[in-house]
Design a protein around this ligand. Structure first.
Ligand code: URA
Length: 232
């Protein structure tokens, strides 16, 4: 498993490049074999692979694999932690209460969730009882999210909550409340950790300094960066 993580940690570690005639359909979905960057030519074979994936035990309890929604050419990628009950039932990310709040947050700064955003999760199968995904589950699923990032090629990545930060930046030790709202350059992309919408649902106050107020500051910063990018 450590080998697999290293293969996908693109920070100076040599990575395996798949041969030209390589067919991702030949990768056994039941084993944690490496899936090197460049494995998938497009998001369709990646999604097909995810749908038959059994790289971890979440495959035993899921109803649907939840791969993504939104635009495949979006400038912004939003990465959540993992599907909840509604997402597991519908096979789409952020369609439950957190998702509805996320839609409102985006709409408040005129970010169109169909056109401007690609939404996905660190783990693609629901952890039972909505527990946090285990490190082994995050690691098993990491090749997929790294391939989604490579193929969508977003300029901006929003990491919602601590699990999302852990999935993309395993070496980041600072807590989410310390780093939220800050741009962190990762693999040439502008990443911003933001609070998870579920946390806002549990803390509904709009008072200055409270989670909803902080989110309002952060989403305006994101809007400004998007405007900058669109003007380039
Ligand atoms: N929370 C997440 O992190 N992702 C979803 O898809 C839904 C809720």
């Amino acid at each position: 498993m450590t080998d697999q993580i290293d293969l996908f940690n693109a920070s100076g570690i040599e990575v395996t490049i798949p041969p030209k005639d390589f067919n991702p359909a030949d990768i056994p979905t039941s084993a944690q074999v490496p899936i090197p960057p460049g494995t998938y030519k497009s998001l369709d074979p990646l999604a097909a692979h995810c749908k038959s994936c059994q790289r971890c035990d979440l495959s035993q309890t899921r109803t649907n694999v939840v791969v993504s929604r939104g635009s495949r050419t979006a400038p912004i990628m939003i990465i959540g932690e993992g599907p909840g009950q509604q997402e597991d039932e519908q096979g789409l990310p952020f369609v439950g209460r957190s998702g509805q709040l996320l839609e409102k947050i985006l709409a408040s700064v005129r970010i169109d969730s169909e056109k401007d955003v690609y939404i996905c999760n660190i783990v693609k199968c629901r952890p039972p009882g909505n527990r946090n995904p285990l490190a082994a589950e995050i690691n098993a699923c990491r090749p997929y999210i790294l391939e989604q990032i490579r193929l969508v090629n977003p300029k901006i990545i929003l990491l919602t909550g601590a699990t999302s930060v852990k999935g993309i930046m395993p070496h980041e030790k600072r807590g989410i409340t310390k780093i939220r709202g800050q741009w962190i350059e990762w693999e040439g992309r502008q990443c911003m950790p933001i609070l998870h919408p579920a946390y806002l649902l549990r803390n509904p106050s709009r008072e200055k300094g409270k989670p909803k107020w902080l989110m309002w500051q952060d989403i305006q910063t994101v809007r400004a960066k998007l405007d900058e990018i669109l003007a380039e």
